[in-house]
Design a protein around this ligand. Sequence first.
Ligand code: CS2
Ligand code: MG
Length: 401
Amino acid sequence: MKITDARVVVCSPGRNYVTLVVETEDGLTGVGDATLNGRELAVASYLRDHVCPLLVGRDARRIEDTWQYLYKGAYWRRGPVTMAAIAAVDVALWDITGKAAGMPLYRLLGGASRDGVPVYGHASGATLDELAEDVQRHLDLGYTAVRLQASVPGLETTYGIAGEGVYEPADAPRPHEAAWESSLYLDFAPAMFARIREDFGYRVHLLHDVHHRLTPTEAGRLGAALEPYRPFWMEDPTPAEDPSAFRALRGHTTTPIAVGEVFNSIWDCQQLITERLIDYIRTAVSHAGGITHMRRIASLAELYGVRTGPHGAGDLSPVSLAAALHLDLAVPNLGIQEHMGHTGPYTEVFTHAYTFRDGYMHPGERPGLGVEFDEAAAECFPYEPRYLPVNRRLDGTVHDW
Ligand code: CS2
Ligand code: MG
């Protein structure tokens, strides 16, 4: 089954997406998501200039060999651009293989380990009243798990506050600068949880994304302060480049910790998993080398009692979400899947078989991924330069966003 063409489409139906399309001599087509928020064109170039020409003529069924060829053959290892490009190829080849077999992808991955994939939605608000209203809206939609993000009193803007539709942080042609002060946040976050537990009790799982902004000691203080409210997880409490920071953090709190959406390989995750410094690993299929590599991460995590909690923000395309759902359905140690949803006219470009119902999602039974990509429609939505914000502390120091 030789590959006859591989091409990259950058489009912006509501936000920028990078989609790889791979075709075979048998007329089968597979798609992969290569979107890296704020650096889309870098991955598009890596694919167009250095990968797609090498794919033509290869056997589309040799998924593992292609992964090894692209990973080891590049000599230069790992990194978000390289691993997003490899991920897109990997997912496209899995899509083709599923279509050739006439089976939905999850059946090629060992079949369903559960009836549906538990997901969490994003609730946010400029005030605690607005946040409570948004939590209620999610409960009315059937979610049983909700992420809480609210404006921090004293800060002009805060991460994660959606206006109309889905929160999209890459909202300007040049990075806008946001102000941050951890002390204001640390005083506020426990009050946010207290209010939502007071309004809704303990029947709903509550998650929160710290978004890399605290020191290990501050994160330990926050985790301890949140314990009475039983968070499902505290996400990215401190920058994850230094796994030893989590040893310090782990000693201060029993609040479950989720890390990994900025990771792109199993080696990024290895120490956090094997030392049980985290409870959930959040790597995404489209950022961490595709299904082939994510299966390895999930298997390593399973050995140490760590569950998966894959990243699923709106800047990961429907192709990525579909791939995640197939893997989520099959792996034995799934924790929960993020489901921020997508916004704008994306359905004019991406049609998908996945469904949401009563807090669970399912990838559907269509062969392969179950996602179709309309290249003609994509041409109506050209790329628009968009960058993620830069954070500065109130004294002007650049800080983690
Ligand atoms: C966030 C992401 O969903 C999350 O957990 O951390 O929305 C993240 O901010 C974006 O993916 C960055 O592009
Ligand atoms: Mg996050």
